[in-house]
Write a protein that binds this ligand. Structure first.
Ligand SMILES: [Zn+2]
Length: 210
């Protein structure tokens, strides 16, 4: 990280704290505890300022991805979307695992649903630090939340291994009315096509901006 990135991080921290002080949560014993809000993100992603539909700039928003200029990215990619340091000393890192170019392409919902099921099940064969893997409402990617400090190269390896697992499946895990809220709403073919498309660009995952 160069001095420019450090300056950026400082600016982000200042602007964020001006808008919203670190959240204070009461502990079970009644003492307040503070979650530190770490604005460390990749130098590309959150450098952008939120814009309105007409393109005019607005102030920083609470949701990290709302401050990402989706017109400037080059999917597929994997980037750090958030880092949280918890009171007991643990760190959580949230990754943006972007399959499709925003506003140009998206996954159909049955494919999204089946990637969610398949990835969530398979990734835990390779890692015990996965907190969650969930779809974005825009259907262009997923958020992967992991225990630990940001490690994009290792996370790319984990995603690659898991997507290769998905290509070997002959059924979507837990795609039934007992284990899922919409058991008929799945497409193994769609999930495997999405995985194949993502894997075809493996060498580009760490490049976020066009
Ligand atoms: Zn489901």
């Amino acid at each position: 990280m160069g001095s420019g990135s450090s300056g950026l991080r400082r600016d982000l921290r200042i602007s964020y704290e001006m808008m919203a002080p670190a959240a204070v949560y009461p502990s079970v014993r009644g003492r307040s505890r503070t979650f530190s809000v770490d604005r460390r993100v990749d130098s590309a992603g959150s450098a952008a300022v939120a814009t309105r539909n007409d393109g005019s700039m607005t102030q920083k928003m609470n949701v990290e991805s709302f401050n990402l200029d989706h017109t400037k990215v080059a999917a597929p990619f994997i980037r750090v979307a958030d880092v949280k340091h918890l009171p007991a000393g643990d760190t959580l890192t949230k990754y943006d695992v972007r399959f499709c170019q925003p506003n140009a392409a998206h996954l159909e919902m049955p494919a999204v649903h089946s990637v969610e099921h398949s990835f969530a099940e398979c990734v835990r064969n390779h890692s015990d630090t996965v907190i969650d893997f969930g779809p974005m409402g825009c259907q262009t990617g997923f958020y992967l939340i992991m225990v630990g400090e940001p490690d994009v190269p290792a996370t790319c390896d984990l995603v690659e291994t898991t997507l290769k697992d998905i290509l070997t499946l002959d059924a979507v895990p837990a795609a039934n009315t007992t284990q899922c809220g919409w058991g008929a709403h799945h497409s193994l073919e769609g999930a495997q096509a999405a995985a194949r498309g993502m894997l075809a660009h493996r060498a580009e995952w760490e490049q976020v901006m066009a």
